[in-house]
Design a binder for this molecule. Sequence first.
Ligand code: 13P
Length: 262
Amino acid sequence: MTAPRRRPFIAGNWKMHMTVPEARALVAGILESAPRPDEAELLLIPPFTALTEVAKLLQGTGVGLGGQDLFWEERGAFTGEVSGAMLRDAGCSHVLVGHSERRRLFGEDEDTVLKKTRAALKAGLRPIVCIGETLEERRAGGTIPRLDHQFDADLGGFTAEEMASVILAYEPVWAIGTGLTATPAQAGEAHAHIRRRFEEKYGNALAACAIILYGGSVKPANSYELYREKNIDGFLVGGASLEADSFIGIAREALRADREVK
Ligand code: 13P
């Protein structure tokens, strides 16, 4: 299957980092040396408290904004929660759903992820749904069954039209924040499998356009080799997105690989 040409998609998940003044400084650094929007698609995913300020700074730059989570209800007595419409209102176009930290630390299960993905689509946000296996699952040869299970359970019942808006992020749990990165071959194999799953369920055209990101200890030093894998369309970056140099370094390495092989 030959995928149409896509720009590298580089998303920075800031997690629980960055006060507003810190966010301002980081955004300034990123904008200073960011590749052009027609070269690479950049997305910043700050904590909720910095969204409005970052949205202002990104206006007219072509760099996108995403939320880290949303609740599935549209409004109501849900103390501490944030709706899809609120994220749209704050300037977001994307939202993370089912990050492994939410699954592991906050008890989110597949039903939660499904409901949140549905809510994101309903609000007009592109959900970035995170899937990936634990180290135990990988060691037991359970990586592919785990990915299949999550793909089916997290995304069950969506139409092809809805799925066209869904971005998948393959984030092996054992590679997140650990300094361990999946090798390009390991990541490439998982991504090829996810794209095949898209194809089986939703057809060739949709699978070819689907954006599948890799996440887990991505840094400038490993992003060139990872991006050379044909089914890796970009990265969901945690730690290395907290400094402009490393975040932009990753985008530039992906671009270099993109020019060479894609
Ligand atoms: P690290 O890049 O810090 O490993 O985090 C990856 C991640 O969880 C991005 O969502």
